[in-house]
Design a protein around this ligand. Structure first.
Ligand code: KG4
Ligand code: ZN
Length: 334
């Protein structure tokens, strides 16, 4: 069978990324320009600045990726593009680049949902085994999704309020850690012990999550201790927060796997990079004979390799977009 080379483009938030993936599983090259240093000054992503940075970087990352792969656009089979969800101005920059290349070089245009991309980051580790449950934990999403085949997504549950990544970032901010706070909080917690008592979120039988109560509890605790003139042990607070958040995620995931009698778990999204979550999921899966797949750290946060990988499976299913394809800031997984 002829090899399929997908060039993927991702620009939904603050990374401008281009990647070429062979047959959905082998990353040939990736070039990513991150804007973290710029947005750090504002404590979060500033959409207008993000769009402008994408405009500056999009051509550079595409050229750099092709150079690294030692390929020309003529050599790729199709172009996969994140059409949403994300920041609309950011998405449009990648979309315009993808459409232009598709038109000029006469390459099929493959639409990819950003969360499908995160899920398919696991294909860069090993082929997905169905049926499976995908635990999606990112800056904007916290969901449990059942898949019986490629691109067959059934949402079992999700967050009722904040996404887990958003909660990590807000808690980290209150603790004075720079954006994006998730990885910094993760690191800091290693120096502490879970000594602070925090409420366990949504401790029920559903597959839903809730993190706003936990977030408020940490913010209030921090505030109250400050007012009393007591010094907070930040490392202990980080460890306490992580313990509760991770326990909630692992417990809901375990319930879903058990109820649906599914033995394959894949993890997706930026928070899949979290060291405590990775450890806790590994332990839970070992204890319950579940096959676990977690992407390599570099494929957890936003990158175009995951879009190219998802693009391959979408291409195989015959998914194609025409030039009416639009970027969407919100859109359900499909
Ligand atoms: O998937 P992603 O790159 O962007 C979205 O699609 O949202 O996820 C970004 C999120 C941020 O909230 C970031 O703080 C979080 O992932 N994150 C982490 C870690 N690394 C990234 N959260 C906790 N621990 C980490 N090690
Ligand atoms: Zn993402």
């Amino acid at each position: 069978m002829k090899d399929v080379y997908i060039l993927g483009i991702e620009s939904s938030c603050d990374e401008t990324s281009c990647s070429i993936v062979k047959n959905g599983t082998v990353e040939l090259a990736t070039s990513t320009s991150t804007q973290i240093d710029i947005h750090e000054n504002f404590g979060g992503v500033v959409p207008e600045i993000a769009s402008r940075e994408h405009v500056k970087n999009i051509t550079l990352v595409i050229e750099d990726c092709l150079r690294k792969a030692n390929m020309k656009i003529e050599d790729v089979t199709a172009i996969a593009i994140t059409y949403g969800p994300g920041l609309i101005g950011s998405l449009l920059v990648g979309m315009q680049a993808a459409k232009t290349l598709s038109y000029i070089y006469n390459k099929p245009l493959i639409p990819v949902h950003h969360i499908a991309g995160h899920i398919y980051a696991n294909s860069l580790v090993e082929e997905l085994k169905f049926p499976l449950i995908a635990l999606v934990v990112s800056g904007g999403h916290t969901e449990l999704i059942k898949m019986t085949d490629h691109f067959n997504f059934e949402k079992l549950g999700g967050t009722l309020d904040d996404a887990i990544g958003e909660c990590y970032d807000k808690v980290a901010r209150v603790m004075g850690l720079p954006y994006p706070g998730g990885p910094k909080l993760d690191k800091l917690s290693k120096e502490g012990k879970p000594t602070y008592k925090l409420p366990i979120p949504l401790n029920d039988d559903s597959y839903n999550f809730s993190f706003s109560g936990l977030k408020s509890a940490v913010i209030n605790l921090n505030h109250n201790e400050e007012q009393k003139g007591n010094e907070i042990n930040k490392a202990d607070l980080a460890a306490s927060f992580q313990k509760v958040a991770v326990t909630s995620i692992v417990s809901k995931t375990k319930t879903a796997l058990k109820d649906y009698n599914i033995n394959n778990l894949i993890v997706a999204g930026g928070v899949a990079a979290n060291s405590i979550l990775r450890e806790a999921l590994t332990d839970m899966c070992n204890e319950n004979n579940i096959h676990l797949s977690i992407p390599l750290l570099k494929y957890c946060t936003d990158n175009a390799a995951m879009i190219a990988s998802a693009g391959y499976y979408a291409y195989k299913l015959g998914r194609r977009a025409d030039y009416h394809l639009n970027s969407l800031s919100t859109t359900s997984l499909q």
